[in-house]
Design a protein around this ligand. Structure first.
Ligand SMILES: Cc1cc2nc3c(=O)[nH]c(=O)nc-3n(C[C@H](O)[C@H](O)[C@H](O)COP(=O)(O)OP(=O)(O)OC[C@H]3O[C@@H](n4cnc5c(N)ncnc54)[C@H](O)[C@@H]3O)c2cc1C
Length: 457
């Protein structure tokens, strides 16, 4: 029997899609870099089915790529030639909300928004939040250690996971659905799978931390004259706003491009930096007064040049619409970078990056924005040509500077295939070697997401 015949025999035809039934949507994640359709798509609806699938694939040495909501931006969920995809879409649903422990036990294929909604219904906040919430899945969020816009307050996905269950390449189930805050019993194995992008095991279930639901929110758009002022505002916000939940900076060219594209105008003058500050609160009058006092102090100390406080949800959404930057998507062959650098040198890096890209590609669009409070910078580049050669050159310039400035080539989107060749810019040879050893210990035949994340030795 071939591996696919054996899978159909063990799992049933409704779990194994082949031929015409393998739809186009299984070709690629949101990076649109997937080139081939998987030879079959497995859609297990239980952990037992995942175990069977992996045991069979392992026996055959069959490459298998886990697929969540396919919103990833690093090519991590794309199948290579002759590989099988394992989609978690049917392993979905919230199993339990434990109000005493403030935890949610959830299956990996649950869309993030469904899990968020279930938490809210129970009076809690699920702190993980990203723009792709309607499609991305909890398993994908864990596997990429997703960030998002609430990291400054609640940490990255990794910080919100208490327990995890994963199936290893040979079908062994590692189940540690721990709900306890304190558990110092040897190696913290769950962390191996968080951020591993499906190369070490298939995540099947998780226990996530829940937080109290915020009842109020204040949002301001601040104009600033310099990056030093941005740093001053961040320092003041960290000291004064206990519920600081977003600190998003936009460099001048990003802000101008998107406000013009959206037909919006906020300030009389143009400023080098604009920052969105948001805080989540218990919703009483004192929180609003405290927020206004904080902005008043920032104005008085000359840290901010101007500020607007959102007076309505509509106004708040207009601030965030600029940050979400939809007009950028109209630029030809847009390349988005997601890098990390020490907060203090973000602007120095941005200036060097802009200068180097414009020297090579005069007239290109280069703009910067990001979760500055989390040291995360996004860079939008469009030179008008999307050939592989040009894209490679843009990558080489940008990642070369990230290496020079001691940063990370991926802040939140992961490595996948698209950044694999640059992993060594942010990790030492010794670290890469330990990654290879862990991979071969857990997946000796190399069947799980072959060729992803770790560059060949
Ligand atoms: C509009 C938009 C906004 C976004 N905003 C953000 C953002 O703010 N912050 C951020 O970090 N990312 C963001 N992303 C990127 C993306 O949404 C995240 O990386 C997300 O966590 C991917 O989840 P997914 O379920 O779609 O995973 P996929 O894309 O399906 O897979 C991602 C990786 O995880 C692996 N994988 C998936 N499920 C499992 C599993 N159960 N077990 C083992 N491996 C698995 C895959 O093999 C692949 O390597 C955004 C994407 C879009 C399109």
């Amino acid at each position: 029997m071939t591996v696919v015949e054996e899978l159909i025999d063990a799992l049933g035809a409704e779990t194994v899609l082949v031929g015409e039934a393998v739809g186009e949507r299984y070709r690629s994640d949101a990076s649109l870099s997937g080139r081939v359709l998987p030879i079959a798509v497995l859609r297990p609806a239980s952990v037992e089915a995942v175990v069977l699938a992996l045991a069979i694939c392992n026996r055959h040495g069959q490459g298998i790529v886990p697929q969540g909501g396919l919103t990833g931006l690093a090519g991590g969920a794309n199948a290579g030639d002759g590989e099988i995809a394992l989609s978690l879409e049917r392993l979905s649903g919230v199993e339990e909300i434990d109000t005493a422990a403030a935890t949610m036990t959830v299956r990996a294929g649950t869309p993030l928004q469904v899990a968020q909604h279930a938490a809210e219904q129970a009076g809690f906040l699920l702190p993980i939040d990203l723009g792709s919430r309607g499609s991305c899945q909890i398993g994908g969020n864990l596997s990429t250690n997703a960030g998002g816009i609430r990291v400054i307050r609640h940490g990255v996905t990794r910080d919100n996971v208490l327990g995890l269950e994963a199936v290893l390449a040979d079908g062994t189930v590692l189940s540690s659905l721990n709900k306890m805050m304190k558990n110092n019993t040897g190696y913290d194995l769950r962390q191996l799978f968080i951020g591993a992008e499906g190369t070490l095991g298939i995540i099947t279930r998780a226990v996530l931390k829940l937080k109290p639901l915020a009842r109020g929110r204040q949002t301001a758009l601040c104009a600033l004259e310099s990056y030093e002022a941005v740093l001053g505002l961040l320092d003041l916000a960290r000291r004064e706003l206990a519920g600081l939940s977003a600190f998003e900076a936009m460099w001048a060219s990003f802000f101008a491009f998107n406000t013009q594209g959206l037909g919006l105008r906020f300030f009389e003058a143009d400023y080098p930096f604009t920052v969105i500050i948001e805080q989540e609160t218990r919703g009483d009058e004192r929180d609003t007064e405290g927020f206004e006092a904080f902005l008043g102090a920032a104005l008085e100390e000359g840290i901010i040049a101007d500020a607007l406080i959102a007076q309505s949800e509509k106004e708040r959404e207009s601030f965030w619409a600029v940050r979400e930057g939809a007009p950028l998507d109209r630029l030809p062959s847009l390349v988005n970078f997601d890098v990390s650098l020490a907060i203090g040198i973000l602007d120095e890096f941005a200036a060097a990056c802009e200068a180097e890209l414009l020297a090579r590609f005069p007239g290109a669009h280069v703009s910067f924005f990001g979760h500055v409070g989390d040291s995360n910078l996004h860079i939008a580049v469009s030179v008008g040509d999307g050939s592989d050669e040009t894209l490679h050159e843009i990558d080489a310039i940008t990642y070369g500077l990230v290496r020079k400035f001691g940063g990370s080539v991926s802040a939140e989107h992961g490595i996948g295939t698209l950044k694999r060749d640059y992993l060594g810019y942010s990790r030492s040879a010794a670290e890469l070697e330990v990654m290879r050893r862990i991979k071969s210990a857990l997946d000796p035949k190399g069947i799980l997401n072959p060729g992803k994340v770790i560059p060949p030795g």
